[in-house]
Design a protein. Structure first.
Length: 356
């Protein structure tokens, strides 16, 4: 049976209308809806519209603040710190980008750290806006209120997966890097656990520190943990990356794991860089284009069709889904349709099947 596809524009409108029905101001609702749909378009379906239902639950529980703006903690020409006051994360990050762009153009680079943001969804969903303006972007996030990833050699979760992303301009489409300091994410672990499925390899530890591929080990008492990037053999690398991201987020924000937990959220680090302030955009693109050509033309190993640059698959999927319709994970549409019924907002009808 062919899985239903939906218009991305219709899903954006639905998500924005649903958020507004829950009390979200229109500008915030539009940013959140756009970021969630972009996550799905790029193939990150645990961090796209799958989050809309949980975000609505957070609004109704009073855990997501809808009355802006962020509070300015410090403001220097190239360095800012905001207290996000648990406002919607996608709106805060978009606001941060809007604040940084003119500063990066003037000064070459500008950075923002946001403490006490709510969850910011898919990091890759922010990168295209920067690269389309000829800017390089670095974005990282941690959640000081959660701990599912153990330090290398340990058995108890201290870190979140601590994602870091970068958007890098190039002629044939930007490089979109979106990785985490852990082998797997909380979102995918939770989805597989609900479906009664396991990972294909040992990426977890049970509470006794034994390797496991069963996400159920994360829901025992005491819980197991997710292995850092590199796993049992080279997890010191993922551990070190997690520590770096903690320093960029909680460290620079002056607010993090040393403080009392406040609920699901994020601490965010964001930098925009203007290549024209360094060796020039033309020189930058010359280097990234050479790298892309060298990697994509690299002889593939057996079983690999061709070498892809980071972001190639996501951008191709985005183009295809914008043309043919967005294919949601099977668990998402029923959940969103129910949320829509609760708020009087109709879920979009699927697009007609091609060929009918």
């Amino acid at each position: 049976m062919t899985q239903a596809r939906f218009s991305a524009d219709a899903l954006r409108t639905f998500a924005a209308d649903l958020l507004q029905a829950a009390g979200t101001p229109p500008d915030m609702a539009r940013d959140v809806a756009d970021v969630l749909v972009l996550g799905d378009l790029l193939g990150h379906d645990t961090h796209g519209l799958a989050l809309l239902g949980p975000y609505l639950d957070e609004i109704h529980a009073g855990h997501m603040n809808l009355a802006g703006p962020a509070q300015v903690v410090s403001d220097r020409p190239a360095a800012l710190c905001w207290d996000g006051r648990r406002l919607p994360g996608p709106w805060l990050v978009r606001e941060g980008m809007r604040a940084l762009m003119p500063r990066a153009r003037e000064l070459g680079s500008a950075s923002l750290v946001i403490r006490r943001s709510h969850h910011i969804a898919c990091l890759a969903a922010y990168l295209l806006e920067a690269t389309e303006h000829g800017l390089m972007m670095i974005l990282a996030s941690s959640d000081p209120n959660g701990g599912s990833v153990a330090p290398f050699g340990g058995t108890r979760g201290i870190f979140t997966p601590n994602p870091i992303a970068a958007g890098i301009p190039a002629s044939d489409g930007p490089f979109l890097i979106d990785i985490s300091a852990s082998l797997v994410t909380n979102g995918l672990s939770g989805r597989l656990y609900k479906e009664g499925r396991s990972f294909g390899y040992d990426c977890l530890l049970d509470a006794q520190g034994q390797p496991s591929r069963d996400p159920a080990v994360l829901f025992t008492d005491p819980p197991g943990s997710i292995l850092p990037l590199g796993g049992l053999q080279a997890g010191h690398k993922g551990f070190a990356l997690a520590v770096l991201i903690e320093a960029l987020t909680g460290g620079l924000a002056g607010h993090g794991r040393a403080d009392p937990p406040e609920g699901w959220g994020a601490t965010v680090y964001l930098t925009l860089l203007d290549p024209d302030a360094f060796g020039g955009l033309a020189g930058f693109i010359r280097q990234t284009d050479w790298l892309a050509d060298a990697c994509r033309s690299n002889p593939p190993r057996p079983g690999v069709e061709a070498v892809r640059m980071p972001g190639d698959r996501g951008l191709a999927l985005k183009r295809q889904q914008e043309q043919d319709g967005l294919q949601l994970h099977p668990s998402i549409a029923p959940q969103l349709a129910e949320k829509g019924r609760q708020h009087g907002v109709a879920f979009p009808s699927p697009l007609p099947a091609r060929g009918h």
